[in-house]
Write a protein that binds this ligand. Structure first.
Ligand SMILES: Cc1ncc(COP(=O)(O)O)c(C=O)c1O
Length: 425
């Protein structure tokens, strides 16, 4: 059964020979299920050529072919590709590019960023400087550079509870921040398109992303779309920006790029940005950034094969088609006493558990309800990871309707058991 964790993963967790549904796609990066034959074969094929040679000062065939493919499938206008090895490094590169872009075109003062409340962009110092999740980031404040934080349109927790009002309010506050700081200080606005991931699976109201794009253009700051979690079909479009026909100036992606096999990530930019770095050596416009494993052949060969599978199996179209079925299944969880909100974009969803459904009162963090619920689900043969009290449900994109039903049933059993236990205590 391809969608269940294989023996390796199973034995790493329990030595009882039990099978699990991998309901968070091994931390959001597995589109086709484990042990995909074509990916295994692509890896072996590449090994018979070469495993790795540096891309510093050289190219390699899989990396070049992959770059061409990425330009073809990403929003029109993102024509240049910079490789790295994780979502965080892709973001780090995006920040350095955005900062240096302004210097290279002769604008000297811009040195900060605007990010969204509860944003998450990885764990390196740059990435956490544009992140806004206190529990992960607070301790490192002395090491971080300053960013301005715009409110994120969290409809369930907005005083209005209304998508349109939430959107208008948050866009107005973003506009205010740009009005005050754009000219002197801001390099770029950084945003997770359509759905915030690690911040708690929070979807944007329709039109918000387009509004962010419009404001970035109006105030002449760059827009960085971090598609690390939402890219490669997770939301029912190949990239989440495509839901609103938005083209960012810089886009980061990783996670599902190699089908969950190897660490490859990309930072993609527009031609305008690229040209700002392309000059005679003496002009000192070089982006001084590189990693030992940049453009790794094994990773790029597997990524190319992965994207072939997407085409052959119509993976993204499949997500779009199955989204409403998943929605129907997830909605049934509202029957449970402690399910406050269910948020979903494509195959990316979060189930927010609350102490009191009527008042939306959260559980105290010390109770670790989300964590306990996830452990309860494990007993029913389902693997996931909570984000606070939000249960993450991010199944592999190839999951069938039958798989989805089975997984949601197990989520329901886990939550029921846990919330019963919590009430008893
Ligand atoms: C939106 C976003 N950006 C960046 C990252 C960091 O990616 P990585 O864990 O590959 O460094 C993540 C990871 O979850 C993410 O969700």
């Amino acid at each position: 059964m391809l969608l269940k964790a294989d023996r390796g993963l199973r034995s790493a967790i329990l030595k009882e020979g039990r099978e699990y549904y991998d309901a968070n796609s091994s931390l959001w990066l597995n589109p086709h299920g484990h042990r995909k034959k074509e990916l295994n074969e692509a890896l072996i094929r590449q090994l018979s050529h070469i495993a790795h040679s540096t891309m510093l000062g050289m190219g390699n065939i899989p990396a070049i072919e992959l770059a061409m493919k990425l330009v073809e499938i990403t929003p029109k206008g993102l024509d240049r590709v910079f490789y790295s090895d994780s979502g965080a490094t892709a973001v780090e590169i995006a920040l350095k590019m955005a900062f240096q872009y302004w210097l290279n075109i002769g604008v000297k003062k811009r040195k900060t960023f605007i990010t969204m409340h509860n944003g998450y962009h990885g764990d390196t110092i740059g990435a956490i400087s544009v992140g806004d999740i206190d529990i992960y980031h607070q301790i490192y404040h002395p090491l971080m550079f300053q960013s301005y934080v715009a409110p994120y349109p969290y409809i369930y927790r907005h005083p209005s509870g209304d998508p349109e009002e939430t959107k208008a309010d948050c866009l107005a506050k973003l506009k205010q921040l740009l009005e005050t700081h754009h000219h002197d200080e801001v390099c770029a606005v950084v945003v997770e398109p359509m759905m915030q991931g690690a911040g708690g699976m929070i979807n944007m109201p329709t039109g918000f992303l387009k509004g962010v794009r419009r404001l970035c253009t109006e105030y002449d700051v760059l827009m960085i779309a971090d598609e690390v979690a939402v890219g490669f079909g997770r939301t029912g479009k190949m990239f989440a920006c495509m839901h609103e026909s938005v083209v960012p100036d810089i886009m980061t992606a990783g996670k599902m790029l190699t089908g969950g096999y190897l660490p490859v990530a990309v930072t993609m930019v527009s031609e305008t940005l690229y040209q700002a770095f392309y000059d005679d050596y003496e002009k000192k416009k070089t982006l001084f950034h590189g990693h030992s494993y940049t453009g790794n052949q094994l990773g790029c060969a597997v990524a190319l094969e992965n994207l072939k599978i997407y085409e052959k199996e119509k993976t993204v179209e499949g997500v779009a088609r199955k989204t409403s079925y998943m929605h129907k299944q997830l909605k049934s969880l509202y029957e449970l006493d402690h399910v406050g909100d269910i948020r979903q974009v494509g195959f990316m969803s979060g189930i927010e558990l609350v102490k009191d459904k009527k008042t939306k009162e959260p559980y105290s963090w010390q109770e670790r309800v989300g964590w306990k619920a996830s452990l309860a689900m494990r007993k029913f043969g389902l693997l996931t990871r909570p984000l606070g009290d939000v249960i993450v449900f991010m199944p592999p994109l190839a999951s069938t309707e039958e798989d989805i039903k089975e997984m949601v049933d197990r989520i329901k059993k886990g939550i029921s058991q846990l919330t019963k236990d919590v009430t008893i205590r």
